[in-house]
Ligand binder design. Structure first.
Ligand SMILES: C[S@@+](CC[C@H](N)C(=O)[O-])C[C@H]1O[C@@H](n2cnc3c(N)ncnc32)[C@H](O)[C@@H]1O
Length: 258
């Protein structure tokens, strides 16, 4: 098996849920004229061209026809604009922004400053970021994301951290857990997720004032992913209003699309 390449998987059922929630969380934190540190351990490319037979067809491709109903959610709104969709007559999806570009775009819209530090180990991903960086305030690091983020956590003021390893080895789960717990204890808002072969029960599975784990079944909103019934998404935040707000937004989303 070669190194993980997200291009074949982009826009899959898991991407829909994780990016939907990532932008809801970012939306809570980004207020006009505010400044936020954003870090991502495994960032992937800035954007992707969607090709026939990709995993996106049973992911974002299935939601696409309902897009006009979902424009109140920043994730769907940005996707629509990214694909220049202004009317119902042009329901085409061709491009998909990766996680960091989605967050950067939301910050621009909210007139908030983002200080972005992102990691990926793949030189081709680094080359793709170099092409689109120009003068933007994004620091891309061609290095291991676990150790890079760990040292950032020790030197930076807290912000928003997204942990998104490909989970191609068992060690990645432990490393993700360690970073999640360290970031949470240092006052960061953290989001981490993984695919699950089976889903024990529906959302939410467990929560406290400051953290929540959602189990989502892809079929609940008509999505599919080979070998996975759904995914688990964990969010922790020192902001006690965050978890109730996110839960309410999931409910609103499911009422429209579920
Ligand atoms: C699931 S993809 C990232 C998708 C992206 N976060 C998104 O949501 O749009 C995982 C990425 O991790 C990268 N990767 C694999 N091992 C890594 C490591 N040790 N450190 C940093 N990145 C790594 C891969 O090159 C791949 O681009």
């Amino acid at each position: 098996m070669g190194p993980y390449d997200h291009r074949a998987h982009v826009g899959n059922a898991g991407d829909v849920w994780k990016h939907f929630l990532l932008l809801e969380v970012a939306n809570c934190l980004l207020t006009p004229d505010s400044s936020l540190v954003y870090a991502e351990s495994h960032v992937g490319r800035p954007k992707y061209a969607l090709k026939p037979s990709g995993d996106w067809e049973s992911g974002i491709g299935r939601i696409w026809p309902a897009l006009p109903l979902l424009k109140d959610f920043p994730y769907f709104n940005i996707l629509a604009e990214f694909n220049s969709i202004e009317s119902l007559s042009s329901l085409q999806i061709e491009f998909y922004p990766g996680s960091a570009l989605l967050v950067a775009e939301l910050a621009k819209r909210k007139k908030a400053d983002l200080l972005i530090n992102i990691w990926d180990i793949d030189p081709a991903v680094g080359a793709a970021w170099n092409e689109c960086l120009d003068h933007s305030p994004i620091s891309f690091h061609l290095d291991d994301g676990f150790s890079g983020v760990m040292s950032l956590l020790k030197s930076s003021s807290p912000g928003l951290l997204f942990i998104d390893p490909p989970f191609t080895s068992p060690e990645e789960k432990d490393a993700a857990e360690e970073i999640f717990c360290t970031a949470k204890s240092l006052g960061w808002t953290v989001l981490c997720w993984h695919m699950m072969a089976t889903i024990p029960k529906e959302i939410p599975s467990s929560f406290s004032d400051q953290s929540i784990e959602f189990f989502v079944k892809f079929s609940r909103i008509g999505l599919e992913y080979a070998g996975a019934e759904g995914c688990s998404i964990r969010v922790a935040s020192p902001d006690e209003t965050m978890i109730p707000r996110i839960s309410a937004r999931i409910k609103a989303f499911l009422q429209i699309i579920g």
